[in-house]
Design a protein around this ligand. Structure first.
Ligand code: BEZ
Length: 241
């Protein structure tokens, strides 16, 4: 006799949601070796002693991603002026990346001039928590990681697939992070390069008087001063985007 197959009912419950792996500010940015459209990348070695931006996009040959990679290519000199290397990653293979490059150059007015990392086995995406299964269980979301010279994560951003990022904002954050690293200043809401900055609470009033003699103390905890020069060889002006 044939065994009676189990009856399927519609009461099956979804698997419980598992907490996702998250990379927090201050964590060491995971190192990896991967293929790119243009050869192998050893991530930490490639970063060297400067700053880095690693950003993911959902898929090759898609419209928003095409505009994003073009936008980053056009900003190459702005990232270089901030001693910052940029790399993009998606779960597509290297040959797909290579085939897509011509379309980006044709439609976006710039050739991709940074590594396009291929991640078909999702190793990089998993290390960096770039797949958010309840948004899309196969493709990467639009993640951004800014990585400092100490290889630690300084900023994370996550956008949905349907919203292209504003890369001028990433440059603005780099300006803020680099001012903080060099001068112990923070940047207020809606700050733009060249505007006044805030002396961080870690700086004593005595040190503030010595280091920022023209600062204005609106409250003991709210001390404003002119933006110090960015600590960048050969680049002494705020960028505009
Ligand atoms: C895009 O890049 O256009 C895109 C990719 C995935 C989902 C939606 C849009």
């Amino acid at each position: 006799m044939c065994p009676i197959p189990p009856i399927k009912t519609s009461t099956a419950t979804a698997a419980p949601e598992q907490p996702a792996m998250t990379l927090n500010l201050g964590d060491l940015a995971p190192d990896f070796t991967a293929e790119t459209a243009d050869g192998e990348i050893r991530f930490h070695e490639w970063l060297g002693d400067g700053w880095g931006v690693l950003f993911s996009h959902p898929a090759d040959f898609t419209p928003v991603c095409t505009t994003e990679l073009g936008a980053v290519a056009r900003l190459h000199d702005q990232f270089a002026a901030r001693d910052t290397k940029v790399a993009a990653v998606s779960v597509d293979p290297a040959e797909s990346h290579r085939a897509w490059l011509a379309d980006i150059a044709e439609t976006q007015g710039a050739e991709v001039n940074f590594p396009l990392i291929a991640d078909p086995d999702r190793r990089v995406a998993t290390l960096y928590g770039m797949i958010h299964p309840r948004h899309d269980d196969t493709a990467t979301v639009r993640s951004v990681f800014v990585i400092g010279p100490d290889k630690r994560v300084k900023l994370t951003l996550t956008y949905p697939a349907s919203t292209g990022r504003h890369f001028g904002e990433i440059l603005r954050v780099l300006d803020s992070l680099q001012l903080t690293a060099a001068h112990q200043v923070a940047t207020p809401a809606d700050w733009q390069p060249g505007q006044d900055v805030i002396i961080t609470p870690a700086v004593s009033h005595e040190d503030a008087a010595r280091r920022f003699p023209d600062h204005r103390a609106i409250k003991p905890y709210l001390r404003l001063t002119a933006q110090p020069a960015p600590a960048r060889p050969g680049n002494d002006r705020p960028a505009t985007t």
